[in-house]
Design a protein around this ligand. Structure first.
Ligand code: ATP
Ligand code: MG
Ligand code: FE
Length: 344
């Protein structure tokens, strides 16, 4: 099979061609990061407009790089939520136009399922497993008993991990997106020079909270400035990262113990974090479970992961109608139920 994936949920216009659900023939990502950087974050109106300008170009590039034409495709998969609705609509409309023009199935994909399925492209992703989703808008522990089934174990009660990274970075005068910059600084700092709080919440809770940590960092920076003291930015980054990683890793270990699974996959932009990768690998070795991360290039938004998540549906003949809409919020557990039409 040849599946064309399209992703436009936020500030990346991406298209990819996937063969057999696993082989990435092309994965074109046109990032708008440079445009949004001047505003310190993503401006929805600007993002939509850029997607409109870019989507056809990016799709054509993905097809050309894969060496295939629209007529060769088996199906088209598109992110239809959650995300910026105006941005999502651009991809959904492009996907529908192709599906209609070529009479091929349309498969709407949940963006977070896509992030999880990025691991499928790294090798075998074998449920039952626990997925730690850590992205710009989500921080969740999810139990996946089988392909396409998702049960929530815990989620953030306020900020997402990536959001906390971006906000702390901004307060430190670093540019958007700040996650990768803090990760780099943290590697040079002393994680014990400044100790920030860890939000464990209630005993045994698999929920997260990062707004208290964010405020603690902001207060520390503010107090130092008031006293005319200069903090080492690397130490601030290292202390902040140690707190985030500590909580993410220990709650993941707890989720593994509670569910009794042996496999963990990490997904979303923060899965690229080197501190998180190192600590979770260390703990997994001690606890005796396996842990998987997507390749660095597939951690943040891309269309290859969307096509990968669509593949199990394609294989089962589960498709969407051409009246598919885009949704700013879309529950992952609802996605698994459809509405799908079976084109037998
Ligand atoms: P969502 O997927 O929840 O809709 P999103 O698509 O905006 O949100 P992603 O593309 O998955 O998010 O990830 C982007 C986020 O990942 C940003 O917040 C960015 O700062 C963060 N990030 C990227 N690399 C790193 C890193 N090395 N360390 C920490 N955070 C990182
Ligand atoms: Mg992005
Ligand atoms: Fe994302």
């Amino acid at each position: 099979s040849l599946i064309l994936g399209i992703e436009t949920s936020c500030d990346e216009t991406s298209a990819a061609v996937l063969r057999g659900g696993r082989e990435v023939l092309s994965n074109i990502i046109s990032s708008q990061v440079e445009i949004h950087r001047q505003f310190g974050g993503v401006v929805p109106e600007v993002a939509s407009r850029r997607h409109v300008e870019n989507v056809a170009v990016v799709v054509n590039e993905a097809l050309a790089k894969a060496g295939v034409g629209l007529g060769d495709l088996s199906a088209v998969a598109v992110t239809y939520g959650p995300g910026l609705v105006g941005a999502l609509l651009v991809g959904v409309t492009a996907g529908k136009a192709i599906a209609y023009a070529k009479s091929i199935p349309l498969i709407g994909v949940h963006h977070i399922a896509g992030h999880i399925y990025a691991n499928f492209l790294a090798g075998g992703m074998e449920p039952p497993l626990v997925a730690l989703v850590v992205s710009g808008g989500h921080t969740e522990l999810i139990f996946m008993p089988e392909h396409g089934k998702f049960q929530f174990l815990g989620r953030t009660r306020d900020d997402a991990a990536g959001e906390a990274y971006d906000k702390v970075a901004r307060s430190m005068g670093l540019s958007y997106p700040g996650g990768p910059l803090i990760d780099k600084l943290a590697a040079e700092g002393d994680p014990e020079a400044i100790v920030f709080p860890r939000a464990w919440l209630e005993e045994g809770s698999l929920d997260f909270s990062f707004s208290g940590l964010k405020s603690a960092v902001l207060n520390t920076l503010h107090n130092a400035e008031q006293r005319g003291r200069k903090l080492n930015p690397s130490d601030v980054a290292a202390g902040f990262q140690a707190s985030v990683v500590d909580v993410l890793v220990e709650k993941t270990v707890l989720a593994v113990q509670k569910t009794g699974v042996n496999n963990v996959v990490v997904a979303g932009g923060v899965a690229a974090n080197r501190g998180l990768r190192a600590r979770l690998r260390e703990r997994a070795a001690v606890e005796g479970f396996s842990v998987m991360f997507p390749p660095m290039s597939l951690c943040t938004d891309n269309a290859a992961m969307i096509a990968a998540a669509a593949h199990p549906l394609y294989a089962r003949g589960l498709f969407h109608n051409l009246d598919l809409n885009a949704y700013a919020s879309l529950p992952l557990t609802k996605w698994e139920e459809g509405p799908f039409v079976s084109l037998e």
